[in-house]
Design a protein around this ligand. Sequence first.
Ligand code: HEC
Length: 231
Amino acid sequence: MTQDNSSQDNAAGQNGGGDLFNTAAGWVLFAAGLGLGLSILSGKYFHGDKPERPEKLGYVIEGVVEEGAGPAEITMAEALNAMPAAEMIAAGEKAFAKCQSCHTINAGGANGIGPNLHGTMGKAVASHAGFGYSAELKAKGGAWDWDSMNAWLKNPKAYVPGTKMSFAGLGKIEDRAAIAMYLNSQGSNLPVPAFTAAAAPTGDASAAAEEEAAGVAAAEAGTDPAAAAGE
Ligand code: HEC
């Protein structure tokens, strides 16, 4: 009997222990589930203000110069002398495709949305017969030369506010130089400004330094024959 009782007690004890264990395990699972659920939720709601958002978005490739960070643009004179004239004119003729929807360039060509451009280089601004220019371009005055054409083609609306030439402009000086060369070859013949690499840094200081160097060279050349005669 005692044995039976004890075995019953034991059984009851085991059952009780088992229930307790199951309940505890249940709570652990519940807690784990709750925790997981919360972390998913918080992930959803708070992901946006993650502190590790990089300051610069996109890939920065080392060694690649970003636009605008490069060296200053070359001068028009340098751009005009960047390649042989015939090549420049050919490049300009190609680039002129951007202008053809509004301009003809052949001698006696019709005015379109824009005036015929034959012989424009060296000609007074807004002077092509039979074209109705804007008051703003007519008021500009002067004649088309390398510098004014460069400025105009870079950004017509900045050079002549109020112009009716709706063309955004050419960002590259190489393109502007090529087109100006092409324009100049079509009924105009302005001399192309000379450019030598030595004269590149503009400013009086460098010019003075060059003259000085030339003077020294001349002086040296002058002393050489004397030295030779002395020997
Ligand atoms: C969307 C049409 C359009 C395009 C494209 C266009 N132009 Fe013009 N262009 C005009 C108009 C319109 C005028 C007259 C502007 C005014 O009267 O204010 C003009 C005027 C000019 C003038 C002044 C002519 C003069 O007699 O004084 C030059 C030079 C010129 N354009 C060159 C070009 C070149 C080079 C291109 C191409 C790179 C070009 N244009 C592209 C419409 C255009």
